[in-house]
Design a protein around this ligand. Structure first.
Ligand SMILES: *Cc1c(COP(=O)(O)O)cnc(C)c1O
Length: 449
């Protein structure tokens, strides 16, 4: 990896008051040293498990700063970043409009314990762009959004059962951390240690892309309308419509988890793209412009079950935070139909360049594109893109790990896990895409199968 940090030019560095420890070659700590020191203070050295390189081997690069499409590690190497905070960043890192909005908000105080105009504006902005969101309530993460939606759906319907799809991910909330079995529908089994059977006893896990037959015990069906946590899997034709009809038949709520797809696939998210109106929608990631946020939006009559109007409790000291809502609003204001057209083209460019680079060195891989999202599937187990978790799991994880490390050594950051999406944004300009193509080609040069 090569590259310099413009920020760390010694003269500018002094002027900017920047800390010498992020300057290349100035007695810098290595990624490894920082990681080992972190690991003495933080379990596993990470605050989100995927960031550790457990499934690809090795230890993570430690980011000191980021701008546009690039991140710089503490050693001063630059990486073209296709992680983009797992999709939270869509305008590119440190976008001036977002940075300025945060700066202005911070000057007004960072949290009050009282309502503010900024949260009102972001709620209005979401409601205007996503018509199913007649009311919007904020919290601090996507996980909080889905866990609030579970409670709200149960409280609003007076029913207990939740239906989820195998391979969908809804954050780190107990009721939604049920593991699915292979193929068939399964009653919830805890998907992790620390979740008692009781916590998932009312969670039903069924295969993605098949409309389950529901009964009137079901409070809600939770679905990623485009699955983006098992690679990227498109909804089969009629799947989302079928869920809508089946929920209506038994009086269950349809909940779209648009934490990734919201404002990523387009202004109206997956629900606009596929023209299916959910009762509730969970948001996170893009709507915070890179700051911590989550939101539940939906039908007014359902949303009004939340306290203080209704009896389903929700609260949060930092919920509707002025910095997060300012950053989110600044991000949403930059996003329009033209931007999404560009992102669509870039997603296709990325997919094609990775496909060609892989095939030229004999790596069997697919890079399915669904809207602006790009997925990955390695090996020759499938001839077409995966349609459910059983198929997604046939990816060759060992081959992925080697591909990942080849790219990382060549100055390209992708997620350290075979089931994540690749993210392009406004900062992945034509110039960056050309540089990326060059880096990919040299990174894979000499790759042996
Ligand atoms: C990231 C994600 C979540 C969890 O959001 P956090 O902000 O990480 O808690 C929930 N659902 C989906 C679909 C996600 O991709």
């Amino acid at each position: 990896m090569t590259g310099t940090i413009p920020f760390c030019d010694p003269i500018r560095c002094e002027a900017a008051g920047c800390v010498a420890t992020v300057c290349k070659g100035a007695g810098l700590p290595s990624n490894e040293e920082v990681f080992q020191r972190s690991a003495k203070a933080i379990p596993g050295g990470v605050n989100s498990s995927i960031r550790a390189f457990k499934s690809v081997g090795g230890n993570p690069y430690i980011v000191s700063r980021a701008e546009g499409a690039r991140v710089w590690d503490v050693e001063g190497n630059d990486l073209i970043d296709l992680v983009q905070s797992y999709g939270a960043i869509i305008l590119g890192h440190a976008h001036p409009k977002v940075t300025e909005a945060i700066r202005a908000a911070a000057g007004d105080g960072t949290s009050y314990g009282a309502p503010t105009p900024r949260e009102m504006k972001l709620a209005e902005a979401i409601g205007e762009r996503v018509p199913s969101c007649e009311r919007v309530r904020f919290m601090n993460s996507g996980t909080e959004a889905t866990s609030t939606a579970v409670r709200l759906a149960r409280g609003a319907t007076g029913r207990k059962r939740i239906v989820t799809f195998n391979g969908n991910f809804h954050g780190a909330t107990d009721a939604l951390l049920a593991a699915g079995g292979s193929g068939l529908a399964t009653l919830g089994l805890p998907g992790t240690a620390g979740v008692p059977e009781e916590a998932v006893a009312n969670t039903w896990v069924v295969p993605y892309n098949v409309v389950p037959t529901l009964d009137d015990d079901v409070a809600a069906v939770f679905v990623e309308p485009v699955a983006a946590n098992m690679g990227v899997v498109a909804p089969a034709k009629g799947f989302l419509e079928g869920l809508r009809a089946e929920c209506d038949r038994v009086g269950a709520l349809l909940v779209f988890d648009e934490v990734i797809t919201g404002f990523r696939l387009g202004t109206g998210g997956a629900q606009a793209k596929f023209d299916v109106r959910p009762d509730l929608t969970c948001f996170g990631k893009v709507i915070g412009g890179g700051l911590p946020i989550g939101a539940v939006g939906g039908r007014r009559d359902v949303m009004e079950n939340l306290t203080p109007l209704g009896s389903v409790f929700h609260a949060g000291t930092l919920a509707g935070n002025p910095l997060a809502t300012a950053a989110g609003l600044a991000a949403l204001n930059e996003l329009n139909a033209d931007v999404y057209m560009e992102l669509l083209a870039r997603a296709r460019t990325l997919s094609a360049l990775l496909r060609d680079a892989c095939s030229s060195v004999g790596i069997r891989a697919q890079f399915p594109v669904v809207g602006t999202l790009v997925g990955m599937h390695f090996g020759d187990a499938l001839t077409d893109a995966p349609t459910n978790f059983d198929e997604a799991k046939t990816t060759d994880e060992k081959l992925y790990a080697r591909f990942f490390h080849a790219l990382l050594s060549g100055g390209i950051a992708i997620a350290p896990g075979a089931y994540e999406a690749l993210f392009v944004g406004l900062a992945h300009t034509d110039a960056i895409m050309n540089e990326l193509a060059d880096r990919v080609a040299s990174a894979l040069n000499g790759f042996t199968r």
